[in-house]
Design a protein around this ligand. Structure first.
Ligand SMILES: Nc1ncnc2c1ncn2[C@@H]1O[C@H](COP(=O)(O)OP(=O)(O)OP(=O)(O)O)[C@@H](O)[C@H]1O
Ligand SMILES: [Mg+2]
Length: 368
């Protein structure tokens, strides 16, 4: 899949823009604070209907105006679709080919996007919640059905917690039972997806970092169990054992809402034993694994967005990454403050844009 054209209106600091990215490589360069990440964010939004930074809809609207629009012409599964997002202070209207889309799931799979931004590396160091969110979000990207399982678990959890706050025990066993069933399904999804990413990870890491170090990603459920079938039973047992504790603290202390992912290098935690560069390469390799997984799911390559990549990787790893993406049929959009490292990679099917105070100017394909 690829983005043929993007139109923006009053999107953050971009008043208007009409951009036709290259089929392969598009580089957007400019000084700090000019709107490069804003542009990538708008492309991400076309695929997900929500921003990747923890922004809220009103943040996306240009200050001093009331509405913004992001429109994209997307080519995927052999057809073109016209996706339009209208952003207002409290709402977000999405249409595909002029028809209103009600649920996020209806947009699913039209434009699959993988983004790597400087913020992503922080997930190595931050708490489990960040890694859980990453896992669930990227799982959802390849499996629309997951959303229902996810909401089902968290809805039951909320209800069980609400009951715990009332000091009543009537009905608690029923919620516990439902939580164990929904939780075991959620865990099953997470386990299978983490195994899949882990399977792809090692090779990606070697390609990018050029290192032989063994890396792995391991799902760490709060309630571990030996086999798939034993999951609901294990969860039920733990929840029942925790009953008194939960009543005392008025909240559900154990379960998949406490799950984590372990990132390992040479069998040790990446957080404590990996260098900064290794941590970045690890997260980037994870994104490349995601890319392959999405390609298998949809039968075509998703779009790859690399934000400020040159600040994240050294020259050698950048070269590795660029030659890696060059070998694949993938559309890549890159932002950078310094265009120099990208000049050798710019070829016939590439485009260069300068970003200056929210204006995007086409500067050819970068070849003299
Ligand atoms: N809603 C908004 N309305 C107007 N301007 C905005 C809005 N949101 C953000 N901005 C402006 O956009 C600019 C930041 O843009 P962006 O993050 O895309 O910069 P960048 O080119 O990626 O810079 P860097 O190289 O530092 O990452 C800031 O100047 C910020 O004030
Ligand atoms: Mg930026």
């Amino acid at each position: 899949m690829f983005v043929k054209q993007v139109w923006l209106e009053q999107y953050r600091n971009i008043q208007t823009a009409s951009i036709k990215p290259a089929r392969h490589l598009t580089v957007l360069y400019g000084f700090n604070g000019q709107g490069k990440t804003n542009f990538l964010e708008s492309v991400y939004l076309l695929g997900n209907a929500r921003p990747f930074r923890s922004a809220k809809v009103p943040d996306l609207i240009c200050h001093g105006t009331r509405t913004a629009a992001v429109r994209g012409l997307i080519f995927s599964a052999g057809v073109e679709s016209d996706i339009l997002l209208r952003l207002e202070q409290h709402t977000r209207r999405v249409t595909v080919d002029g028809k209103a889309v009600q649920r996020a799931a209806d947009l699913h799979g039209r434009l699959a996007v993988v983004i790597f931004s400087p913020d992503d590396t922080a997930m190595v160091k931050l708490g489990p919640e960040t890694r859980r969110r990453y896992l669930d979000r990227s799982l959802y990207a390849s499996d629309a059905g997951f959303l229902q399982e996810y909401h089902s678990y968290y809805r039951i959890l909320k209800q069980r917690n609400a009951l715990l706050k009332t000091n009543q025990t009537e009905g608690l066993d029923l919620w516990t039972e439902q939580l164990a069933t929904a939780g075991s399904r959620l865990m099953g999804h997470r386990q299978r997806y983490a195994d899949r990413l882990n399977h792809l990870l090692q090779q990606k890491y070697q390609q990018i970092a050029g290192e032989q170090e063994k890396v792995s990603l391991v799902y760490q459920p709060d309630v571990p169990c030996e086999t798939e079938d034993a999951r609901a039973e294990a969860l039920r047992t733990v929840l029942n054992n925790q009953r008194e504790h939960d009543l005392r603290y008025k909240t559900t202390g154990r379960g998949p809402h406490r799950d984590d992912l372990a990132f390992l290098i040479g069998g040790r935690p990446l957080k404590g034993f990996g260098s900064q560069g290794q941590q970045r390469s690890f997260v980037l390799a994870l994104k490349m694994a995601e890319l392959d997984h999405l390609q298998e799911t949809f039968g075509e390559m998703p779009v790859l967005l690399l934000d400020d990549i040159a600040s994240e990787l050294d020259r050698e790893r950048m070269t590795n990454l660029l030659s890696y993406v060059r070998q694949r049929e993938v559309q890549v959009l890159i932002t950078t403050t310094d265009v120099t490292p990208f000049l050798p990679a710019l070829q016939q099917d590439s485009k260069l844009f300068r970003v200056d105070e929210g204006r995007l100017t086409y500067e050819g394909n970068g070849t003299p």
